[in-house]
Each structure stands twice: as C-alpha cells, then as structure tokens.
Design a protein around this ligand. Structure first.
Ligand SMILES: [Zn+2]
Length: 128
C-alpha cells in the first residue's frame, strides 16, 4: 500500500471499509437489496461468495451476481476499496477535489485520478 493511504482520513475510512470484500458486499446490498434479491429468479437469497471472482452465487438458481457489472468500477484496474475511498473523500470534503489532489490522496497516477473523477461525476453527481 502506498504512502498516501496512511493518512488519518484513510484510517477513518478503513474502519468502515477495511477490504475490497467489505466494499463488494456493501455494493451488493446497495444494488440488490439486503438480504439480496436474485435478479434472475427474484427470490431473496443467501448468496455465496465465489472465491475466484468478485461475484456471488444465488442459493436457489445458481445465478452468478456481479455487483460491479455495469458500473464504472468494473472498467478499471483500480481496486473497489480505492473507489470507495475516493467517494468517501468526495462526501467528506467541503471543497471539490481536483485530479491533482486525488492523485496525492489515493496514490494513483494523474491520468487515473482524472478518469476516476470523471466517472464519478458522470454517475454519482445527482446521488447522495
Ligand atoms: Zn436466483
């Protein structure tokens, strides 16, 4: 893990979202409800986590559910936790973050920071 992530604000964030898996589970509940409802058989399911990919299996029909599919998160190599951290920064800062600040705070390249900022602006600007 790179130096910028050792900041106080990251530690505060990481108490709520310590790993990618915790973020993935949170995203699952945001998108498919809690307890999750399978989009294929429409039953509430105890989903089992697949070990080899960021997906879950429906206990009733065996459907694979990918919480990141169709989101900006799926199209980058940036970890889900880093995406979550960026959203956390956006929500907790009073001033807007520019790409330079994002680059420094989360330890990605300027280009990646710029693309992440654009994706978030595109998808999340109107949402809480
Ligand atoms: Zn199902």
């Amino acid at each position: 893990m790179s130096a910028p992530l050792q900041t106080e604000i990251f530690r505060k964030f990481a108490r709520r979202f310590p790993t990618d898996d915790v973020c993935l589970e949170h995203l699952l509940h945001v998108r498919f409800d809690n307890p999750p409802r399978c989009p294929k058989c429409h039953r509430r399911s105890k989903l089992h986590r697949l070990s080899k990919e960021p997906a879950f299996v429906c206990q009733w029909c065996g459907n694979h559910i990918h919480p990141m599919a169709g989101t900006a998160f799926a199209r980058t190599r940036v970890s889900l936790q880093i995406w979550y951290f960026l959203m956390f920064l956006i929500c907790t800062r009073t001033k807007p973050l520019n790409a330079r600040v994002i680059q420094r705070e989360i330890g990605v390249t300027y280009k990646t920071a710029w693309r992440m900022k654009r994706e978030i602006a595109r998808h999340f600007v109107d949402k809480d």
